[in-house]
Design a protein around this ligand. Sequence first.
Ligand code: CAA
Length: 259
Amino acid sequence: MAYEMIEVRVEAEKVGIITLNRPKALNALNDQLMNELGEALKAFDADKNIGCMIITGSEKAFAAGADIGAMAKYSFADAYGGDYITRNWEAIRSIRKPVIAAVSGYALGGGCELAMMCDFIIAADNARFGQPEIKLGVIPGAGGTQRLPRAVGKAKAMDLALTGRMMNADEAERASLVSRVVPVDKLMEEALGAAIIISGFSQLAVMAAKESVNRAFEGSLNDGVMFERRLFHALFATNDQKEGMDAFVNKRQAQFSNS
Ligand code: CAA
């Protein structure tokens, strides 16, 4: 598929990189961009050679939110009945391989929500996160009021959602929204390094780890621990478990076959 609003490339033969590319609108997320992003993620997810994906933007903006121009005149019937604003945002939730958000510049509104839908966020030191929808007379509409408190706790989530202020990369790291902060010129190197490490492991174990960590956000601790245990036990049916443990015992490098 030919893309117009994203750029797609493969690095190190196993990492799929998607760059949001609507520079004039600071990567504002419209229907077409989100459709293309969903298609690209699904294609990488289905590609056996790809072990991890990275979503990134430009140095100035990861994404400045949903496209305000496109939705400014929507009625309730358009927004609810047609679900035109976020109808194609769910594709990313069906992706089973890990997706890293490499964020520099603005990650606001839907941009912050998109970053939070990824499995973890690596931020450049110029990153700015926020949910400024309140300033537009609305609230976050792509999971911000749910994922932000789970990531940073109620106090900071309320602060951001109610005041619309931005948080810089240091504050985002202290609040556990991001896993690492690096100088802006090292962002892709850092994200790619993490993605290459992940891609070197058994895809089966990696998908199980992702699925199990995500379970921590739904249901009880008891259910989550049981879910994790079942997946842990199931991995003993894989060749990669035999290979990984045999390699450790025999002091050699494991060669995973994703089987
Ligand atoms: N939608 C559409 N266009 C946007 C946009 C958005 N979310 N954000 C920026 N742009 C456009 C601007 O309109 C401008 O276009 P023109 O050059 O044609 O005028 C261009 O991008 C550059 O933007 P600015 O001139 O404003 O750049 P700046 O450096 O002065 O400010 C900014 C940067 C602080 C990010 C500012 O652009 C801004 O506040 N953007 C809006 C952020 C926002 O409110 N996001 C939430 C959107 S609602 C949402 O996301 C709902 C949801 O939960 C799903």
